[in-house]
Design a protein around this ligand. Structure first.
Ligand code: MG
Length: 254
């Protein structure tokens, strides 16, 4: 099932994607279940929003594809390299990525996003997928120059608009054998397979839950394949995960 969060005629709601329509739900399905109101909204008149606003955190994993770790000048870490992005960095499909004046080198990182659906603490990898509500597409936008300058990543990864998310959450997505592609202005920049992750989704969830209590609505970004590169004012960057959707965002410098 593909779940969207959307606005229509001044109201924000959740809906299940059914061909070219949204089956409107009474509440947030993560907490209220899939309870239809009886209304339907055509997809083309709905404005899709970030499918979840993380209540506490976006957890992210660095260097989780060997080819990307190599292009960054190192090797993939033996344990997941975790960092956090603030929930204020999250934007939805079609919203502008704003280039901050502090950086001259902002880059795209197309990634699979895991949406946590229940409280998880010290969960095992064997049980980790039970905590998943669904999957989505993300762009772990990074100010590469500030990442190097600061020596840690809070600023480089944490600016407002640096976590595009969407267009929907798929509650039945299967990660095996799935391609992930990032394009800038239609030109392919990154191409990989979710199979190439060094640490699996289950391992990442288990590892993260040994550090933090994961809450419903938390999001985990699972790392990016090789091919990261700059985005500049006027670009459009899109991340496509086969079967999950395409997340497209314009890039603007104000
Ligand atoms: Mg990343």
């Amino acid at each position: 099932m593909k779940v969207a969060r959307f606005s229509h005629e001044g109201t924000i709601a959740f809906g299940i994607v059914d061909d070219d329509e949204l089956v409107v739900l009474k509440g947030d399905p993560m907490f209220a279940g899939f309870d239809p109101t009886g209304d339907r909204v055509p997809l083309h008149v709905a404005k899709l929003l970030a499918p979840v606003i993380p209540r506490s955190k976006v957890v992210a994993v660095g260097k989780n594809y060997r080819a990307h770790a190599s292009e960054m000048g190192g090797e993939a870490p033996g344990e997941p390299l975790l960092f956090l992005k603030p929930n204020t960095s999250v934007i939805g499909p079609g919203e502008n990525i704003i280039l901050p004046p502090q950086s001259e080198q902002v880059e795209h990182e197309g990634e699979l996003a895991v949406i946590i659906g229940r409280i998880a603490k010290n969960i095992t990898a064997g049980n980790a997928l039970d905590a998943v509500f669904g999957y989505s597409v993300a762009n772990d936008v990074t100010a590469r120059d500030l990442q190097a300058k600061d020596g840690q990543w809070a600023r480089a990864k944490g600016f407002d608009t640096f976590c595009p998310l969407g267009p929907v959450i798929d509650t039945e997505f299967d990660v095996y054998g799935v391609s992930i592609v990032t394009r800038v202005n239609g030109q392919e920049r990154q191409s990989g397979s979710l199979d190439d992750m060094v640490h699996s989704v289950a391992d990442i969830i288990a590892y993260a839950s040994s550090v933090w209590t994961l809450l419903p609505g938390d999001v985990i970004l699972t790392g990016t394949p090789a091919g990261v590169g700059p985005i500049v004012d006027g670009d459009t960057v899109e991340v496509e995960i086969a079967g999950l959707g395409t997340l497209s965002n314009p890039v603007r410098r104000l």
